[in-house]
Structure formats: C-alpha cells, structure tokens
Design a protein around this ligand. Sequence first.
Ligand SMILES: CC(C)(COP(=O)(O)OP(=O)(O)OC[C@H]1O[C@@H](n2cnc3c(N)ncnc32)[C@H](O)[C@@H]1OP(=O)(O)O)[C@@H](O)C(=O)NCCC(=O)NCCS
Length: 163
Amino acid sequence: MDLENILSVTVSGMRPGEEDAVKKVLDVSGLHTSDLTPEKLRHFIVARKGEDIVGVVGVELFQPHALLRSLAVVTTHRGQGIGAQLIVSVERYARMMGATTLYLLTTTAAPFFNHREFRETSRADAPAPLQSTEEFKALCPATAVCMCKQIDRRAPKDRGQRR
Ligand SMILES: CC(C)(COP(=O)(O)OP(=O)(O)OC[C@H]1O[C@@H](n2cnc3c(N)ncnc32)[C@H](O)[C@@H]1OP(=O)(O)O)[C@@H](O)C(=O)NCCC(=O)NCCS
C-alpha cells in the first residue's frame, strides 16, 4: 500500500446521478439492491478515486438506532483501508444524525466488523424499527450474523476537533 493510494481516496455523500453506479458496486459485491429507494440512497456515502466510485456504505436511521448496510469496496481496491474509512465516516454521520447504536446484518464480513468493535448480538433483540426493515424481514438470511456497536462515545481524535 503506498501513500498515493491512501491519500487519493475521498469520501463524501452520494451525488445526484450516481444511483446506478452505486447499485453496480453493490451488485458485483453480491449485496442486494432491490429495496433501495431514492430516500434510502440519500443516506449513502461514497468513496471515490478520481471520478470512479470505489466503495459505498449506507445507513437507515431510526433514532436512536441506525442500520448500517450496503458496505462494499470494489475488488480491485480491497485491502487498502477504504472499507475502514467508510466505517469511520458512516459512524460519524449516524452519530451526527442522532444515533447512539449502529446495527448490521452480515453473512460475509463478521470478522471485519468485529475488528472495528462491532459485537455479535441476538437478531431477535434488535430494536423493533430495525426488525421491520427489508434487510431484517426478507433480504438477509436467518444465518446472517447480527452485530451492534455503541457510537455515542466519540473517538479521542473526534473530541479534539470540537470547540
Ligand atoms: C468487507 C469489505 C467492505 C472490506 O473492505 P476493504 O476496503 O477491503 O477493507 P479494509 O482494507 O479497510 O480492511 C481490510 C481489513 O479487513 C479484513 N477483511 C476484509 N474483508 C473481510 C472479510 N470479509 N472478513 C474478514 N476480514 C475481512 C482484511 O483482512 C483487513 O484486515 P486488517 O484490518 O486486520 O488489516 C470488502 O471486503 C467487501 O466489499 N466485501 C464484499 C461485500 C461485503 O461482504 N460487505 C459487508 C456486508 S454489509
């Protein structure tokens, strides 16, 4: 991994007209897109390298809880810290939107999330508004692992930025 590779990735909100490109990243990563509405896509974060979308993540907000979903990095750019960067960004966004706990379901990446302080929890114990999402009701199989993370304690590096 070189300096240029890391520094040239920018993370921001999804721009108008990027819906299809975002869905394509999810499609090729094996993640579902069938429930993605314009309203849900308003809360998607995109990692870009130049003009190319190299990673995405979304969040559904149910204050004080939120569902992290649709984390994907294109295969050619995996292992460069982009997934980790997207997690930091989505946690910050969810926190600023009033969420204190982030939940997710994953069939493929539990160790990745565990490394980022998400802990396995019972799917049945997830808050009711999350149980009614398409992810919980229909799209993620019963074998998916449910994980959660408390995000209301700001990281030390965030605390220094507030005045
Ligand atoms: C999971 C994913 C987003 C990680 O993106 P990434 O940019 O490669 O991740 P990073 O480079 O930030 O982190 C890499 C680290 O995670 C680990 N890692 C990556 N994917 C992993 C996985 N599926 N399971 C376990 N560990 C994983 C790497 O070994 C590495 O470990 P380290 O932090 O100890 O060095 C990417 O593999 C992906 O798009 N997978 C397909 C879609 C998916 O499964 N999404 C999650 C479901 S919501």
